[in-house]
Design a binder for this molecule. Structure first.
Ligand code: PEP
Ligand code: MG
Length: 571
């Protein structure tokens, strides 16, 4: 897998950093494969078809129960993925596929593998979030196979002392029960920034580096120093130096907790620090968790993922009103709060039953986001009516933006519809064509917001969910940075606000470089607000500009990260 580079110095590995922080401890290797010897020793040929399916039923139920028990002890994203895995293990379609293979003459192990393979093909073909579930399917397969051959299910051994956990990739069931007091850091050989490992590590606040080639070859008994900001993993570093870096990191993290906003550079340049939210609940918890000045991205489609029918205007207005209601009045620094509502970004990895076509050859390049309104203008009209109603009721300043805009004509039409309802109109910059024409977009809209997740995906022609393409789906890629800079400069010239609301805004170093390019607001998950706000408050706007220049001049993401760190921290 060509996801990473290995440092020239001996004993140093490099991967994609996904959760910042520094940790040092002994390596603990997670065994996530069933032993080949046990598989070779298994002979399923004397099981009748009835006996084989009965064995499958027992084993699949035991595996599902195991997931469910772990889900009960977990919370948040971890509980959700575990519950979903329990459902997959019990899935009737999977059982039918196994039975079909048995009837065709396969033995039980071959039947299980063929059934899982057929599901993997379907999930991969669906792309996006469904393709991500392939890791879960493979995890279920390994657990079923282990039980069929009479082995314990593979997984993470319970650490006896604080350790750095190293694995090929971790399935939800492996990561969900992790104790952050015992697992100091996570290092995986595979996986990208959106993998389960990364999601759970973020939730637990454990420093994490993914896509680290060579990680599994680290000799047992080694000690690792993991830097979740740079992605560098040192094998057997100098103990004193490692202890010093861990202590410095701890101090830095304590300082972050003290940051209380508003967003300002050290020399007083204001930057709006905003939250990404999905509904009223996440909006209220963002206000409680962090000193945010509003919402830079309200992903409205996430409220309707399970809906078969389009919600009425009143229903929508009620849901949007909950988010707007959480941001009434003034925020930190006595600045007026505002909420940026994004119209439905249905399609691709977030299909909506009432909005999307069932089958598309290539959904990421298909009818998603604003494109849904081409054939169904009423869908957007009704949503805008609902947003306008909610804004009127709540009295919160409300901006509205459209996702997946590719042409100035689309922006013009959208802005007219939004302005007609007395609201501020903007578009997301997620398609390279929109970034290149940012100056013309700004002639018709009031603001722009860069969705770096999709902008990176479309610039690099690399599926944002593909775990093997983590080195390409990186917003630090020079081509992505150039497009961001073009967009920010267009905003500067027009005197209009240009924000970033993709994952790039949550990276404290990159956030400073973005501000240096002219970005005026940064919107992110609430957990990232303090690290980003505190980092900005420690650097001057001149340093941010220097960081932007250094990032833009770098030849690859690693060099860009290093150059920016040097500008901002002096080393
Ligand atoms: C983005 O693409 O960066 C973005 C913020 O939108 P989403 O992640 O919802 O596609
Ligand atoms: Mg997007």
């Amino acid at each position: 897998m060509a996801t990473t580079t290995t440092h020239p110095e001996a004993g140093t590995l490099t991967g994609t950093p996904v959760v910042p922080g520094i940790a040092h401890g002994p390596v603990l290797l997670a065994r996530t494969e069933v032993s080949q010897a046990a598989i070779d020793a298994f002979d399923g040929s004397d099981l009748t078809e009835d006996a084989a399916i009965a064995r499958y039923d027992d084993v699949a139920a035991a595996v599902a129960d195991g997931f469910a028990a772990k889900a009960d002890k977990a919370s948040g994203a971890a509980a959700e993925v575990l519950t979903a895995s329990a459902g997959l293990a019990r899935d009737k379609g999977m059982r039918s596929a196994v039975l079909k293979q048995l009837k065709a003459g396969d033995d039980l192990l071959t039947a299980v593998r063929a059934a899982v393979d057929s599901f993997v093909t379907v999930f991969t073909g669906m792309g996006g979030l469904m393709a991500e579930r392939v890791t879960d399917l493979r995890d279920i397969e390994r657990r079923i196979v282990a039980r069929v051959v009479g082995e314990p299910e593979p997984g993470v051994p319970a650490p006896e002392e604080p350790c750095v956990l190293v694995a090929a990739d971790l399935a939800p069931a492996d990561t969900a029960g992790l104790d952050p007091a015992r697992v100091l850091a996570l290092v995986t050989e595979r996986g990208g920034p959106t993998s389960h490992t990364a999601i759970i590590a973020r939730q637990l606040g454990i420093p994490c580096v993914v896509g680290t080639s060579g990680a599994l070859d680290v000799p047992s008994g080694s000690r690792l120093l993991v830097d979740g900001t740079t992605g560098v993993v040192e094998v057997d570093p100098d103990e004193d130096e490692a202890a010093r870096r861990v202590a410095a990191d701890r101090e830095e993290r304590a300082a972050l907790d003290a940051w209380s906003g508003p967003g300002l550079t050290a020399d007083g340049k204001p930057i709006r620090i905003l939250a990404n939210v999905a509904d009223g609940e996440s909006a209220r918890s963002a206000v409680e968790a962090a000193p945010v000045e509003g919402v830079g991205l309200f992903r409205t489609e996430l409220s309707f993922l399970n809906r078969k029918d389009e919600p009425t205007v009143d229903e929508q207005a009620e849901i949007y009103g909950q988010v707007l209601g959480a941001f009434r009045g003034k925020g930190p620094g006595d600045r007026d709060r505002y909420v940026v509502v994004r119209t439905l970004d249905a399609g691709s990895d977030k299909p909506l039953a009432f909005a999307n076509m069932l089958e598309e050859e290539n959904p990421a390049l298909g009818v998603r986001g604003l494109r849904l309104s081409f054939d169904n203008p009423g869908l957007m009209e009704r949503q805008l009516d609902a947003v306008a109603k909610a804004a009127d009721d709540a009295g919160t300043e409300t901006w509205v933006m459209a996702p997946m805009v590719a042409t100035v004509a689309e922006a013009t039409e959208f802005a007219e519809a939004v302005h007609g309802r007395g609201l501020k109109a903007g578009v997301m910059i997620e398609v390279p064509s929109a970034a290149l024409l940012a100056h013309r977009m700004l002639e018709v809209v009031d603001f722009l917001s860069i969705g770096t997740n999709d902008l990176t995906q479309y610039t690099m022609a690399a599926d944002r969910m593909a775990t093997d393409l983590a080195h390409l789906t990186d917003a630090w890629q020079p081509a992505v940075l150039q497009l961001i800079a073009i967009t920010a400069e267009a905003g500067r010239q027009a005197g209009k606000s240009v924000g970033v609301c993709g994952e790039a805004a949550a990276d404290p170093l990159l956030a400073c470089a973005l501000v240096g390019m002219g970005i005026t607001s940064l919107s992110m998950a609430a957990a990232a607000v303090r690290p980003v706000g505190a980092r900005l408050s420690a650097v001057s706007s001149g340093q941010c500009e220097e960081a932007a220049e250094a990032a833009l001049a770098a030849s690859d993401p690693m060099a860009a990260r290093e150059a920016v760190r040097e500008v901002l921290t002096g080393g």
